[in-house]
Design a protein. Structure first.
Length: 261
């Protein structure tokens, strides 16, 4: 069964992460299925806009526990290749030449925040929670960092990367991670309103507008490929480091890392 459901409604493609039993947490399958779906949509001239959401109560809870356990036991080279696959997914979403909307229906943690940041427009339900909690595991949000920093700015990123704190939709709106926070029962209406606005623009112009904005913001596709390789190497090194192993083991075994009193 695919970890992603792709439904076309007219010229709009709805891309739904479909692992509700684990709050749409990332594993190899979800990463591969999302990347493949995005590549398919890139090539589909009949699609004008893409809405990304999660099935069930959450948008995406970050890394899957079983996947994390496997990466904790993998070599540095294996971790680097694994991280590159996630980095490639984020880059494809960021540079998809069609308008993208993150429909944030619940919690978005870790890589889930990265997906939100990579979308052009983000609308969240009021009760949504967000976190970049990697430091609590002795890690960093390496491969999503360029997109998160571009979305919320360096000052906010420095705090959240360091504290790993959970923040709500109101805070996400204030820092620019999302564009709107709406009641949960108004989420679909808010998305439809934005889709209506997008439908009035020329598709070629919108693709060029997106490239223009990214370029003026200093984000070029070729440059990002190099950044992704460097960040994948960083997270791989940290995962196999003594502190990363300590943090991952403590998390997986529901204990405490050695740096806590």
């Amino acid at each position: 069964m695919s970890a992603v459901e792709l439904v076309r409604k007219g010229v709009v493609a709805h891309l739904v992460m479909n692992r509700p039993e684990v709050h749409n947490a990332f594993d190899d399958g979800l990463i591969a299925d999302l990347a493949a779906a995005i590549a398919e949509l890139e090539a589909d001239d009949g699609v004008r806009a893409v809405v990304l959401s999660g099935a069930g109560a959450s948008f995406s809870a970050g890394a899957d526990l079983r996947w994390m356990r496997g990466m904790a036991q993998a070599s540095e080279d294996e971790n680097r290749e694994d991280s590159l696959r996630l980095a490639t997914l984020m880059r494809r979403l960021q540079f998809l030449a069609k308008p993208t909307i993150a429909r944030v229906n619940g919690a978005a943690f870790g890589g889930g925040v990265g997906l939100v940041a990579c979308c052009d427009i983000a609308i969240a339900a009021d009760g949504s929670k967000f976190a970049l909690s990697e430091v609590k595991l002795g890690l960093v949000p390496a491969v999503i960092s360029p997109y998160v920093v571009a979305a919320i700015g360096l000052r906010q990123a420095r705090r959240l990367f360091l504290t790993g704190e959970v923040f709500d939709a109101r805070a996400a709106l204030a820092m620019g991670l999302i564009h709107e926070a709406v009641p949960a029962d108004g989420l679909d209406a808010a998305v439809e309103r934005v889709l209506g606005l997008l439908g009035k623009g020329g598709p070629v112009a919108q693709g060029e507008a997106k490239r223009l904005a990214l370029g003026m913001g200093g984000m070029a596709l070729t440059a990002m490929e190099k950044v992704d390789r460097e960040n994948a190497a960083l997270i791989a090194r940290l995962r196999v480091s003594p502190e990363g192993q300590d943090g991952l083991s403590a998390f997986l075994e529901k204990g405490q890392p050695s740096w806590l009193p």
